[in-house]
Design a protein around this ligand. Structure first.
Ligand SMILES: CC(C)(COP(=O)(O)OP(=O)(O)OC[C@H]1O[C@@H](n2cnc3c(N)ncnc32)[C@H](O)[C@@H]1OP(=O)(O)O)[C@@H](O)C(=O)NCCC(=O)NCCS
Length: 123
């Protein structure tokens, strides 16, 4: 098995714009029900949390790209970012074909303007 990393940074405003312009179309294409519930619970900072999850999904794609034959192998909803009871984020891969071949860890950080994510994957 190889160890691969992936990273991504995103402007919070870009995600805020997409959510405000496309509303449910964007939300339901990119985020699972649990992710939406988590971000909405953060009230005024919710767009930071949405942006961090978007960055996380991009970082995962970079880390596991050796496993992907086409960009259609994995959808946004196949990658679910959840938090354990300490708040630590983890990834649930909702795609058995991919998940059986990979182990993933993720780390997120966000401030008012930017969100970043780092992913380490054993592929
Ligand atoms: C929780 C903590 C990581 C948040 O850091 P912060 O600088 O306020 O905020 P950041 O934007 O950098 O990070 C926020 C992200 O950290 C992640 N996070 C939260 N708790 C975490 C934990 N215990 N371990 C790893 N990551 C954690 C989450 O992904 C969160 O984003 P999300 O809510 O959108 O999922 C920070 O309080 C910390 O460093 N804690 C250290 C562990 C700790 O709390 N120890 C206390 C006993 S000494």
């Amino acid at each position: 098995m190889d160890i691969r990393c992936g990273t991504d940074i995103i402007e919070v405003q870009r995600i805020k714009n997409a959510i405000e312009k496309l509303e449910n179309k964007f939300l339901n294409e990119v985020y699972t029900k649990k992710e939406i519930e988590y971000c909405e619970s953060k009230k005024v900072k919710k767009f930071e949390h949405y942006a961090a999850r978007f960055a996380a999904k991009e970082a995962i794609l970079k880390a596991i790209s050796p496993l992907l034959k086409s960009k259609y192998d994995l959808t946004w909803l196949d990658m679910e970012i959840l938090n354990d009871k300490e708040g630590r984020p983890y990834v649930k891969l909702n795609n058995k074909k991919i998940s059986k071949n990979v182990e993933i860890d993720i780390s997120l950080s966000h401030i008012k303007d930017y969100a970043v994510a780092n992913c380490v994957a054993k592929v």
